[in-house]
Structures are given as structure tokens and as C-alpha cells.
Ligand binder design. Structure first.
Ligand code: AMP
Ligand code: GLY
Length: 431
């Protein structure tokens, strides 16, 4: 697919389920690259060598890539991208998949992105921009509730308040602009109309004006069954998301994906990496909720296993400017990922609990590690809110879900929690 020979050594940056799924897919490449990871987790360390370097330690990551003679770096999370890891790697001529800091602003600043969406007339919720309380509250009072208040900067997914009443919206405005909630991230805010509908995650591999849209997926952001309780990083996902019919997919490409990629190029952001477009499927049509500049977690865990195209070749083509020559092949199977979390997440939860895995797993099931570590006795223990992603491929979503849930029951740890209804929306629609 590409004129450039594939790289023989790859560094994956990150430590979550997304990165474990990336490592697995890269190891499956026919090019058989040497793969290393920083900092990784216990599951990744079972597959490849991990180096204990934090994702914020940009200098150390560049040094690692140089020392290990790495030919290609794949960056998982947004934080190192916003800190300029891709800029630094390019400066020492190491090819990287992931945008430079200028492009990472598309995720790091919601006001930056909103201005681009409005400027290029890409469908999105109407919004006002504020850094002072009085005009923000005057604006809130002029819009119908529910109404959405967003801190400008990165807030680990917590900087968005969907206020059901004007009073709640005003309190959120004050919390962010006066109360210092979210610190510097909340010094500027967006006040946005509330979009109603089903969400879908559209992951696009972008290289300048070229792009390849990955298979559709749907995340489950709330902690509780039936989409109740607080927002999380994502409690499970499935692919394909059949709510995106072929006609709707075409509309999303024409009205959102292509205009977004062109707008980003026109703005001079020189973007290479994933443009993750969070979309609300409203009765009036698809609307952009947000851009992220990296793969989704847990969307990656269901999208990558469905690719028949070599992931290494795809990401390398993007980094080398060859993406125009790539056509994507996708498997017909359905994929599901059920996240096993530590009880208490997204608030306080215990760490260090021993995880026991069954001797055998149902066919088609892969256990992806997220927040895991190895203790002094060599046992695998919990080390984060989202602990594992139990992923299954099957001929139908129903079959994949049955296998994944079977494995979830068989995995043991003191305070495991998982949603019982991942994929239910699609399954019920089919019923
Ligand atoms: P974000 O950090 O922008 O992804 O927002 C987090 C979540 O808040 C989204 O996944 C949506 O569920 C919700 N959200 C954000 N913006 C809106 C909006 N304008 N209308 C309704 N829900 C929204
Ligand atoms: N699963 C949503 C995200 O990665 O932001």
C-alpha cells in the first residue's frame, strides 16, 4: 500500500486499553516490527518491553526513541501531543503518528475548535464564548434549557456540564469563571445549545487533506446501566454502530468529515493523526459535539480488531503522506468491549486488588488491560479506575456480547464493576 518500506521498530506512547489494543494490532503486522511501549501497563508488559516514562515526560520519551533506534512513534493520549511530543520527534527526524501541538489544540481548546466549526459552517451546536460571568449569564438566560457549559481546556472529560435548568447553568458558569473549578482550563467557557440524539464516534486517520474513515462505533459514557450516573472515560463500546446507516455515513462524510479535514488544512495545522469526531445524531441531522486528536478509548478496542488492513501500514502511510493510496478493508464481524472498572469509579476506588483470570476464555475474546500493574509477588493487580476491556468479535453483536459477558463473569477481583447493557441499544433496536 505504501512505497516506503514499513518501519521495523515502533514505540507506542500511553498506558491504557487503547494502547494495549494498538500494541496488539501492531504486533500482528506482517512486517513483524519490534514494538516497545512507554509507560504501558501489566498487560502490555506481557506482550512487549515497557519503559517507565510518564506520557508528560516529553524529553525522556524523545530520548527513549533515539536510544532504542525507533523508526516510528505512535502516540495514544492527547496530553503528550498537546505538550508538543510530535513536534519534538519531527525535529529529530523520527516519524510520528499524532498531530503537532498546533493540531492538538483541536482537543485542548474547545473555543479554538468551536471558532473553526462556525467559521467553516460545519454543523454544530450554536454557542457563545465568555471569560466573564455577567455576559455569560445574560446569554444563558436568553437560551432554552437544558444548556451546556464547557470549560475551554483539557479537563479529563469532566469539564462539560449539561445543565437541566437555568439555575444549574448559572451555577456552572460561576464555578468555572469565578470558583476556579478546572483551574486555567475553565478561565474561558463555551455556553452551548443542548443537542439531543444518539452519539457516535467517527475516527478518521488524517494526513493533510487525505483521510481514511475507520469503522463506526458507539461508546457508553455514563457509569450506570441505562446511561445513568456520572460521565466516565467510557464503559464499553461496539462496532459497527448500525444507527449510522450507509446513507447517514455518506452524509457524515460529506457534511462533516471532508469539510473538517479541509478546514484543518486551510487553517495551516498540518495535521497527521487521528481526528476523532464526536457526533450527535439529531433529528435535524448529524452535528459535531467535539474533536479529539487521538483514538478513542474504548472505541479503539472495537475498531482495530475489525480492520483487515494492516494497522502499521495504515498509520505509516499517514505519517509518510501516502494515505491517498490506501483503501480500507473491514471485517464483517461485530466487535464489543465491556470495560471492567474498579467499584467506585469515576470517584474514589481501591487499587492493588489481585485479579484472577480464568484458564480459558471463550473463542473470539481478548482481554485488553487498562489500569493494571504487577505487585511485588508478581500478581496482576488493579491500578486504575478502568481496569480491563473485555473484547469479543462475533458473527453478530449478540454473539459477541454473549462471549464478552461470559468472560466478564469469569474474571475475578474483589470490587469489579461493569455495565450489563453494553450494546443494548443496538440489540434492542434489532429485536
Ligand atoms: P465533550 O467533552 O465535549 O465530549 O463532552 C462530553 C459529553 O457531554 C459528550 O459526549 C456529550 O454526551 C455531552 N455533550 C457535550 N456537548 C453537548 C451538547 N452541545 N449537547 C448535548 N450533550 C453534549
Ligand atoms: N471514549 C471517548 C474518548 O476516548 O474520548
Amino acid at each position: 500500500m505504501t512505497h516506503n518500506p514499513l518501519p521495523l521498530s515502533v514505540l507506542v506512547v500511553g498506558s491504557g486499553g487503547r494502547e494495549h489494543a494498538l500494541v496488539r494490532s501492531l504486533l500482528n503486522s506482517p512486517a513483524q516490527p519490534r514494538v516497545i511501549c512507554a509507560p504501558g501497563n501489566a498487560g502490555i508488559a506481557g506482550d512487549v518491553t515497557c519503559f517507565p516514562i510518564a506520557v508528560e515526560a516529553i524529553d525522556d520519551l524523545v530520548g527513549l526513541a533515539q536510544r532504542e533506534k525507533i523508526e516510528f512513534v505512535v502516540v495514544g493520549p492527547e496530553v503528550p501531543l498537546a505538550l508538543g511530543l510530535a513536534d519534538r520527534l519531527q525535529a529529530v527526524r523520527i516519524p510520528v503518528y499524532g498531530p503537532k501541538a498546533a493540531g492538538a489544540r483541536l482537543e485542548a481548546s474547545k473555543t479554538f475548535t468551536k471558532r473553526i466549526l462556525l467559521k467553516y459552517k460545519i454543523p454544530t451546536a450554536a454557542a457563545g464564548f465568555f471569560d466573564a460571568v455577567a455576559p455569560a449569564i445574560a446569554y444563558v438566560r436568553g437560551r432554552p434549557a437544558p444548556i451546556v457549559i464547557k470549560a475551554d481546556g483539557l479537563a479529563a472529560g469532566k469539564g462539560v456540564v449539561v445543565a437541566q435548568t437555568h439555575a444549574e447553568a448559572e451555577a456552572a458558569v460561576r464555578d468555572m469563571l469565578e470558583g476556579g473549578k478546572f483551574g486555567a482550563s475553565g478561565r474561558q467557557i463555551l455556553v452551548e445549545d443542548c443537542l439531543v440524539g444518539e452519539e457516535t464516534s467517527i475516527l478518521v486517520v488524517v494526513s493533510g487533506r487525505d483521510y481514511v474513515i475507520l469503522p463506526t462505533s458507539q461508546d457508553h459514557k455514563r457509569i450506570g446501566d441505562g446511561d445513568t450516573g456520572p460521565n466516565t472515560g467510557g464503559m464499553g463500546a461496539y462496532s459497527p454502530a448500525e444507527v449510522v446507516t450507509p446513507a447517514l455515513f455518506q452524509r457524515i462524510e460529506d457534511e462533516i468529515v471532508r469539510p473538517s479535514v479541509d478546514a484543518i488544512a486551510d487553517e495551516g495545522l498540518d495535521f497527521c493523526g487521528t481526528l476523532f469526531i464526536g457526533i450527535m445524531l439529531t433529528p435535524e441531522g448529524p452535528r459535531v459535539i467535539e474533536y479529539n486528536v487521538r483514538l478513542g478509548d474504548p472505541e479503539t478496542q472495537v475498531v482495530l480488531p475489525r480492520l483487515a488492513t494492516d494497522l502499521l501500514g495504515l498509520l505509516w502511510a499517514a505519517a509518510r503522506g501516502d494515505l491517498g493510496n490506501v483503501t480500507l478493508a473491514v471485517k464483517p464481524e461485530h466487535a464489543i468491549c465491556v470495560v471492567i472498572a474498579a467499584q467506585g469509579y469515576p470517584d474514589a476506588y481501591a487499587k492493588g486488588e489481585v485479579i484472577k483470570f480464568p484458564a480459558t476464555l471463550p473463542a473470539g475474546v481478548t482481554v485488553i488491560h487498562a489500569g493494571t500493574a504487577t505487585n511485588a509477588r508478581g500478581e496482576i493487580v488493579t491500578n486504575g479506575g478502568r481496569v480491563l476491556g473485555v473484547t469479543a468479535l462475533g458473527p453478530t453483536l449478540q454473539a459477541a456480547a454473549a462471549s464478552a459477558y461470559h468472560a466478564c463473569e469469569a474474571i475475578d477481583c474483589a470490587s469489579k464493576y461493569f455495565r450489563r447493557d453494553i450494546g443494548a441499544r443496538q440489540l434492542n433496536r434489532g429485536a
